[in-house]
Design a protein around this ligand. Sequence first.
Ligand SMILES: [Zn+2]
Length: 418
Amino acid sequence: MALSKYSMGIGDRFGLEGVAQLRAFTAARDRGITITPVWNKSNREHSLIGTRPGDVRIEADAATAACRWSQPYFVDADHIALATVDKFLTASDFFTIDVADAIGRPASEASIAKYAADMGRFLGPLRIPGVEAPVTVSAAVLTEFARKYLAAVEEAGRVYRYIAEHKGEGSFVTEVSFDETETPQSPGELFLILAAAAREQIPVATVAPKFTGDFLKGIDYVGDSERFAKEFEEDLAVLSFAKRTFALPAALKLSIHSGSDKFSLYPIMHRALKRADAGVHLKTAGTTWLEEALGLAEAGGDGLAFAKALYREACARYDEMAKPYATVIAIDRRALPTPTQVDGWSSQEFVEALEHNQRCPRFSVHFRQLIHISFRIAAERREQLLELLRANREKVEARVSHNLLKRHIEPLFLGVSA
Ligand SMILES: [Zn+2]
């Protein structure tokens, strides 16, 4: 039950594109790169769209059977906590334990003192190979760290043990995520987090730290990519050092909760991974839905009309659509076209505005983000959506596979520039 060196989290809002998604992985495999597919859907997406974790399992099993995929694959309970994990226990075999809410919650004085004592052997300036600045480990640093992060890691331990009790140890992959928080963790903090995770005996396969910059849904990275490059490289170095230092799985790797489409970061990550001979887990965020929307718009006729009607309603219900995603979108409403303008667009004009091609002057990050978060409206018109997707199956599937292979897998895992 292990991930390969490279793995990728794929979302699929309506659960219809499993085969098309998997074709991108088989194409990569045919070129000598095994990437473990992980179908991920968070509690948030399930509740917004009215699906259940079991639906993702059915999709993953069916897709892998249809494509005769004989290597491992997983179903990720994305961003779960003790309060939400129950309904994922049967269907999932990958659990992303999100403890960001517990960051800053103080641990007990006794466990803070015990942590500080256990970590006493690192007191002094700690040099981590590959990390530029030495990490200062003092009694004060350890206590301050423990007050900020120890309760969160203890919580991760509780969630891990709860899952293990129900599923059996070794039968699932464990990720611990700290990404949905305000400030990036420093290399020193990541080292101390991994130390705490080892003390909790969490067999952490992937860890998702917070990086500098904005990882918004469905659009490229917004931030200082040079700073990101340094953070990413130093985090790789910290993982490598922590694995040599603590009882952590040898295959432990970084998980990047990308929000999809971080095209400008892929070459940076590819180079760093090669240099460090490290693996990575890349999570994308259900932009397969956008390929479906693009396929319908491209088809013209009823498909285009459906896409336009969806946009009109998305504008009318903007606050409702935006609310669950407030922290991961940046839509300038004044930059959005009006529904009446969009009604006048041809297929090509709609596709060009939505498709993530930054060289196209008609492309709009605002329009794209709003359509991305408005999948709920499509879910409300499920009958019509399913019929249109059926009618345009080939076009949609070709888009889904092409998008994953050419725009994500090739630049990140194969180093092919997009
Ligand atoms: Zn995340």
